[in-house]
Design a protein around this ligand. Structure first.
Ligand SMILES: [Zn+2]
Length: 358
């Protein structure tokens, strides 16, 4: 006998809107997530080293704020409220993310030690809260990330099925989840490496004479920008990197890296400078000391010498940004002072990150 799908709420196994609606009313499935997580738990949750998009996703998940089919149906929208994966039950939060027979197989096949339980009797919120708390207490951040990544992967695969009629398979969930876990772990390692590079770079030296690009030389400076353009002459492939930190501390406050193509080394430096300044403006770092190891670039800002027209265009873009700063000084420094930006730029040039902002 062939396998077939049947709707368990009608005698003939066929789906009917009436039967689904009566179940929704009976079970109040929209609030099936049940008891909210305690405020204290949320407080520690926001402090976890997870991607911001994962945190927001979990918040929506535990507040029934995702546009699930059963939720939309209960609000009168003309959608089929049945689970996309099994077609056996309504697509509610607890069903889609835990109790669906296909999703249970996924959870049971992960290498995650979910405390040995996947209980149906526990509410969905209690389950998520207990798993996250367990990994947090045991300081197992990789498992915590894998857990949230799998929830996220379920949502991504489900959206592909609902909106693009995409084909899904169990390996697709695991592949997506592993991909996100790897990215987060890489980001954490990257941050650690960058912080150690920043620590090894010297702090500002008052003896260096800066060039005043904006404000007065006597104005106080709060933040420091370092940038680097790594250009390859044979194919013009260029990596750019930039970092902003406190002027008297090692703490990195933001930065980025990006691949581009330019026609010379100076242009690469200017491009990195432009993107670094834009980041500083976006974050409100308006009192800025720029450290640069490249003498030709400092000469360019002094407008001494002859330069390629493409460099002058970029310089003009930079100069148009400068009035938005309250103060901006440029200082020529040794190469090792810009080490974190150099590391980022080389990483981008070697395609380890194509476009990164943090
Ligand atoms: Zn299902």
């Amino acid at each position: 006998m062939d396998d077939f799908v049947y709707w368990k709420l009608t005698r003939d196994g066929g789906f009917s809107t009436k039967s689904a609606y009566s179940l929704l009313v009976r079970q109040s499935v929209v609030s099936i997530v049940s008891t909210p997580a305690p405020d204290q738990w949320w407080k520690s949750f926001w402090g976890l080293p997870l991607l911001p998009r994962f945190k927001l996703f979990c918040w929506k998940l535990l507040h029934d704020a995702l546009p699930l089919l059963a939720t939309l149906f209960s609000k009168g929208l003309p959608v089929d409220p049945v689970c996309t994966f099994c077609c056996l039950d309504l697509e509610t939060t607890s069903h889609l993310f835990r109790d669906c027979p296909f999703i249970r197989i996924l959870w049971n096949s992960t290498l995650l030690s979910l405390n040995g339980t996947l209980p149906e009797s526990t509410s969905f919120t209690e389950w998520v809260v207990s798993v996250v708390s367990y990994f947090r207490r045991s300081k197992d951040l990789v498992s915590l990330t894998s857990f949230v990544s799998l929830l996220w992967a379920i949502w991504i695969v489900r959206n592909g099925c609902v909106f693009r009629q995409a084909i899904w398979s169990p390996s697709l969930f695991h592949h997506l989840s592993q991909d996100w876990t790897d990215r987060v772990v890489q980001a954490q390692e990257f941050h650690r490496h960058l912080t150690s590079l920043a620590r090894s770079s010297p702090n500002p030296c008052q003896e260096l004479v800066p060039l005043c690009l904006q404000g007065k030389l006597s104005d106080p400076l709060d933040h420091c920008l370092v940038f680097y353009g790594a250009w390859l002459s044979h194919d013009n492939c260029t990596g750019t990197g930039w970092i902003v930190r406190g002027v008297t501390s090692d703490t990195i406050l933001g930065g980025g890296a990006r691949v581009c193509r330019v026609s010379n080394a100076l242009q690469a430096e200017l491009q990195a400078c432009l993107w670094g300044l834009r980041l500083a403006l976006r974050r409100g770092f308006l009192s800025l000391l720029i450290y640069k190891d490249c003498a030709p670039l400092v000469s360019l800002f002094r407008l001494s010498g002859t330069f390629d027209i493409s460099c002058l265009w970029l310089l003009r873009e930079i100069q148009e940004l400068l009035p938005q700063f309250s103060v901006c000084h440029l200082c020529k420094v040794p190469r090792n002072w810009v080490a974190p930006a150099h590391w980022l730029a080389v990483g981008a040039r070697d395609r380890r990150f194509l476009c990164w902002s943090f």
